[in-house]
Design a protein around this ligand. Sequence first.
Ligand code: CMC
Length: 378
Amino acid sequence: MSVTEIVPGLEGVPIAASAISRVDGQNSLLEYRGLNIETLAEHSTFEETNFLLLYGKLPTRRELDDFIRDGARHRRLKYRVIDLLKCLPEHGHPMEALQAAVPAIGMFYPERYHPGTEQKRLSCLRLIEKLPVVVASFHRLRTGDDNLIPRPDLNIAGNFLYMLRGEEPDPVRTRILDVCLILHAEHTMNASTFAGRVVASTLAHPYCVVSSALGALSGPLHGGANEQVLTMLERIGSPANARAEIRRMVEAKEKIMGFGHRVYKTIDPRAKILKKYAEQLCRRSGSRFYDIAVAVEEAASEVLSDRGICPNVDFYSGLVYAELGIPRDCFTSVFAMARVTGWLAHWIEQLEDNRIFRPTQKYVGRSGESYVPIERRG
Ligand code: CMC
């Protein structure tokens, strides 16, 4: 088959058949394994959603209990990984620390190169359980706090908040973070998932797959947007300034962070859920950011919504994370702690019917040039 036209950003080009998740961008719909995201956010937990994404079905009570118990056994980091985190510059970005730590964690498991069913299961549990511990540990160590040992009696969200802040996690905040993790766990063929699938197609081990996906997620057009949204809200400073600043940005062709999506041409269903939590948390704390965000949403919608540019998942997620006490430069890492499940589900799916990705290019350079010896070059 020969395709001659370049499709910028591969827009609309299917690169794999996938049964993991589905987006209907016209109707604000997202499903994981056929289950609606609103239903999962209301009734499920991150752990149950992880089982669903990895195994393709909801677990029985016994399967879920075993999955949670087995997972919590893989939370602790090797002391040499903690030493590695201690050696990283404290002003480095947490996403860089995560990307440095993941392949290093993999080095402790020689079986990573032989992905049988049991090894796949173990790699998934290790990566899902250890990523939040790396993020929390790096943050504690860079701020001069002692590293804490993860607690197996808490769920992933609760343990993360406990390790980050060093105090018993509040159940309401834990549940809100749990829902955030559900909402970010998977999202069809986005840039980081594609990057992960390309690396998976070379038969690289899962720690490399996740590390490459982390690099892709870190960019401001992808997972990095949530940090930028809060910076923008801070700069705007008050609801009264929103309209003028948004109009200035649009005229200057600056992108409004947290707006726009390749697939959604209406509001992202995850943004609707996060907006509710952002309001709940900001009202409780008295933060002004929710009112600024709503004013920005209204002002940006006035000028952008008729072009299908609407709030995406990142518009309200940063606000929620800030209210949960998560440092701003950790927001994208929290996204990664959730999305690791989606990347791993795609890794498994890619290996089921693998062919190495090897696209082509349209050559636009010179040809048949003669070699000029260096002393004769002008
Ligand atoms: N603000 C202002 N204009 C925008 C925005 C925005 N946020 N997003 C798209 N546009 C305009 C863009 O300038 C372009 O206009 P024109 O046709 O006049 O040149 C048009 O819409 C198409 O934009 P694009 O960048 O070609 O669209 P894309 O499908 O390639 O990119 C996107 C999608 C998400 C990268 C883009 O909307 C964007 O940069 N948004 C801001 C960053 C952001 O919020 N990223 C998070 C995405 S959702 C979570 C995730 O995937 O991590």
